[in-house]
Design a protein around this ligand. Structure first.
Ligand code: GLU
Length: 416
């Protein structure tokens, strides 16, 4: 039986706990979430009927600061998944040294089936339902799968209306006009690019000559595809929910991104040279760098043996399961783990939060410089530890992230 995302998250804690020699009582504590709220969201639909949706907001740990993490809208969302995603946010913020904890939210809904007005009503009702556990010093949501700056604007407005004043710091990833930060939208892709470049340098690999395959073309997959394409790399395949396009000579990513940004599916893109393949076929393509940038549980014990690349760059959260991790490690494939690789998003979210609190906004140049500094510092720590102890980059990242949280708990003590 395949493990659920939260079972995987717990297993990863066990692996790190064993390596650190962590107190079993602490490990037991870290495998629980601090709080989880399940809410019912009734929405008046445009045709007058009422639909009921279920939503969640979970805090895994706020021991190092307010909770932080996105909100996703997807028909697959459930409490187990949100608990895992909240846990991964704890490690991500800890690894980067941000004074934030781990949280996540989600609504079980297919947003493509809702009109814009229905989506707004759903977002505002969801925000009202979770209003007591979010806030600039409690928990700060952000975009995730199928949510964007507009959704954040509705959350910020709903929260502010209820509190009687504008509180931009309640969410990050907002539109720039209402307190958002420049550079937040492409931040996850930028972070991916920085760590990939750094790993290639360590391994004496020339990034420009690499063959690249990308799963996903949303905010994360699309941005990294564009950055690599502009760098002159050959992106051989890219996918969306409709399927994947493949061309061994390299796709014209700029044109494909224009297409997907119009809300069109890749399967409908017309170019005789391109072959339409499935997601499974995409993952099994022979390439140098594979970038899963869609959902969790994509590379499992079932298909890990078929993976034919040198480096996996995790744009998504949790795309590789622990069993697959072991197989990939034995095959000598380097995995740049999610909690490091895709941490650029939350890093610039942190900058946005700081700018909102101070009401003083930075230039793009400063954002990108500070992002690069923070993510490369974490990369360096992870890389050195993995080399020193001959462990995977993921295990090294977990050792650092989990140790920091454990230390914070020890210092604060268990209340009362
Ligand atoms: N949803 C993003 C993530 O998984 C960003 C979270 C944030 O900015 O708070 O890292």
């Amino acid at each position: 039986m395949a493990l659920t995302p939260f079972e995987i998250a717990k297993k990863q804690i066990d692996i790190a706990a064993e390596k650190i020699g962590l107190d079993l009582n602490l490990a037991k504590y870290l495998k629980r979430v601090e709080r989880a709220l399940i809410v019912t969201i009734p929405v008046r639909m445009d045709d007058g009927s009422i639909e009921i949706f279920e939503g969640y907001r979970v805090h895994h740990s706020t021991v190092r600061g307010p909770g932080k993490g996105g909100i996703r809208y997807s028909p697959e969302v459930n409490l187990d998944e949100v608990k895992a995603l909240a846990t991964w946010m704890t490690w991500k913020c800890s690894l980067l040294g941000l004074p934030l904890g781990g949280a996540k939210g989600g609504v079980c809904v297919d947003p493509r089936k809702l009109s814009k007005n229905e989506l707004e009503r759903l977002t505002r009702r969801y925000t009202s339902e979770i209003i007591n556990i979010i806030g600039p010093d409690i928990d700060i949501p952000a975009p995730d799968v199928n949510t964007n700056a507009q959704v954040m604007a509705w959350i910020m407005d709903t929260y502010s209306m209820n509190k009687g004043r504008s509180i931009p710091g309640v969410v990050t990833g907002k539109p720039i006009e209402i307190g958002g930060s420049v550079g937040r939208e492409p931040a996850t892709g930028m972070g991916l690019f920085f760590v990939l470049e750094a790993l290639c340098e360590k391994l004496s690999i020339d990034l420009k000559s690499q063959n690249i395959v990308i799963q996903g073309s949303g905010n994360v997959g699309g941005t990294i595809a564009g950055l690599l394409y502009n760098e002159g790399c050959k992106v051989m395949a890219i996918s969306d929910i409709s399927g994947a396009l493949y061309f061994s000579e390299g796709l014209e990513i700029n044109k494909l991104l224009e297409w997907t940004q119009q809300g069109k599916y890749l399967k409908d893109y017309k170019d005789k040279r391109y072959k339409l393949i499935t997601n499974e076929e995409l993952l099994a393509l022979e390439c140098d760098i594979l970038i899963p940038a869609a959902l969790e549980n994509q590379i499992t014990y079932k298909n890990a043996d078929n993976i034919k690349c040198k480096i996996i760059l995790e744009g998504a959260n949790g795309p590789v399961t622990p069993e697959a991790d072991r197989i990939l490690f034995e095959k000598g494939i380097r995995v740049l783990p999610d909690i490091l690789a895709n941490a650029g998003g939350v890093c610039v979210s942190y900058f946005e939060y700081v700018q909102d609190i101070r009401a003083y906004f930075w230039e793009l140049d400063r954002i990108n410089k500070e992002l690069k500094k923070i993510i490369l510092r974490a990369f360096e720590e992870v890389y050195m530890l993995s080399k020193e102890r001959k462990i995977s980059l993921r295990t090294a990242a977990y050792i650092i992230a989990v140790s920091r949280i454990a230390r914070a708990i020890e210092l604060r003590g268990i209340f009362p």
